[in-house]
Design a protein around this ligand. Structure first.
Ligand code: PEP
Ligand code: CO
Length: 457
């Protein structure tokens, strides 16, 4: 039974303002914020409504089992990372992972980057105290600076415009790369696979790479077309819809299409800390036409999930709503089946994606915030099995990764341990898989999907 939105109030891009909004920065000069938002309202959007509609349709395909979704990127982008090399590397690892997944899933892969706007972060504490000094927490480059000084930590509305402009630059370069000159990425010869020899699955990986190479060669030699032309690299953008003034400023109507579109990204998502069905974030997201993601986990009882779906997904149209579950390897078996059953019993059409990162964060003995590759792998493995066991389907994965050779997560074929963490630890918020670990996860997921397919045939 689908219940209509219990509030049935009139939605407008600003109706969220009447409700409690968690995780919003406190600006010293609220008038300056409104002035900046007015400026933002006048600027051209980052994405277009037809791209948004196209993603919604692709996600509907994924609900039907006709596509698999890869959502990946930084936990928090930094303004300083808006460089050609880093943007190219990020796109490169996203494309290479997707190519590996295509082989495993035997399905088209919908690529969604956590980039070109993933600049605002929810925090567990509003303040951080160091040696008796208490300052506002760092909330992402679009809000304040990470340095522990009163000046850096004071929220500055000018950062909203800088972030918007950096998003535009990132997207502009990524789109140009995707359009031409980037076809190399389709070729496993350009994959850096040195790490794979160290893996227990080395032989499987070698075979998978050979298959990719053969299919590409077949296309190019036998069909006479370049892989880059047959499979245009398209990708979509996503970020957590956290700063509601920012999202509102770019939410608008477009000619010849009903409804309002949030044009800061194709796929905004709702984080677990702002998922109160009666809160401002849910109010904002309920009215936009974009496909949306909703993070769920140990803090989401099935009743709350159904209420969220009443409000955010009243029409139950496949593609509109994706549930991104993030339990942790130790909690997924206890928590996920209840959510799957609640959704099934109520006949809700949702896409399920597994985020194996956010439930597996822990402090290493040397104080670094880390995640272990094995836990990430285990949660993914369990997610596939739990869905299959209940007649549901896992339709995608969501990971925090980077194209750089960082040392933020332990494990993987190269066997990084806690003593490696200080070597190249860059993240401002959560630890990410590095280039090699990201590709390895893609290989493991591909192998898992191939195995599940065999079991079904
Ligand atoms: C995130 O995706 O970076 C995040 C903060 O996630 P969650 O809301 O699931 O904790
Ligand atoms: Co994160």
């Amino acid at each position: 039974m689908i219940v209509q939105d219990p509030r049935a109030g009139v939605w407008t891009p600003e109706s969220w303002r009447a409700l409690p909004a968690l995780q919003q920065p406190v600006y010293p000069d609220p008038a300056a914020l409104e002035q900046t938002l007015a400026e933002l309202r006048q600027l051209p959007p980052l994405v277009t409504s037809w791209e948004v509609v196209s993603l919604r349709e692709k996600l509907a395909g994924a609900v039907r089992g006709e596509a698999f979704v890869l959502q990946a990127g930084d936990c928090a982008e930094r303004f300083a990372d808006c460089t050609p090399r880093r943007i190219a590397n990020k796109l490169k690892v996203l494309v290479q992972m997707s190519l590996v997944l295509v082989l495993g899933a035997k399905l088209p892969v919908v690529r969604i980057g956590r980039f070109a706007g993933q600049y605002a972060k929810p925090r567990s504490d509003d303040f951080e105290t160091r040696e008796g000094v208490k300052l506002p927490s760092y909330r992402g480059d679009i809000i304040n600076g990470p340095e522990f000084t009163a000046e850096a930590r004071t929220p500055d509305p000018a950062r909203l415009l800088r972030g918007f402009e950096r998003s535009a630059m990132t997207l502009n370069f990524a789109r140009a790369l995707a359009k031409g000159g980037f076809a190399d990425l389709h070729h496993p010869e350009y994959f850096d696979l040195d790490w794979s020899a160290r893996s227990a699955q080395a032989e499987d990986y070698r075979r998978l790479v050979e298959t990719i190479t053969e299919s590409l060669r077949f296309m190019e030699n036998v069909l006479g077309v370049k892989a880059g032309e047959t499979d245009r690299i398209d990708f979509f953008t996503s970020h957590e819809a956290l700063h509601l003034g920012f999202e509102e400023a770019q939410t608008r109507q477009v000619p010849h299409r009903p409804g309002y579109f949030d044009l800061t990204a194709h796929f905004p998502w709702l984080g677990v800390r702002t998922a109160d069905p009666d809160g401002a974030h849910v109010e904002f997201l309920r009215g936009i036409e974009n496909p949306i993601g909703v993070k769920v986990g140990p803090t989401t009882p099935p009743e709350q999930l159904l209420r969220l779906l009443d409000v955010l997904h009243p029409q139950n149209v496949p593609g509109r709503l994706t549930l991104i579950h993030r339990f942790g390897a130790g909690k997924i078996e206890a928590g996920l089946p209840g959510l799957i059953r609640a959704v099934q019993a109520d006949g809700r059409n949702v896409l399920w994606i597994c985020d194996p990162m956010h439930g597996n964060t822990r402090a290493a003995s040397n104080g670094y915030k880390t995640r272990d590759f094995e836990e990430i792998r285990r949660e993914l493995d369990l997610a596939f099995d739990l869905h299959a066991g209940l007649g549901s389907r896992l339709g995608g994965v969501h990971v925090e990764m980077t194209g750089e050779n960082v040392t933020e997560c332990t494990g993987g074929a190269r066997g990084l341990d806690e003593s490696d963490l200080p070597r190249a630890y860059e993240t401002m918020v959560d630890p990410r898989l590095n280039y090699e670990q990201s590709l390895e996860i893609a290989f493991l997921v591909a192998a898992k999907m191939a195995k599940l397919r065999l079991n079904c045939d």
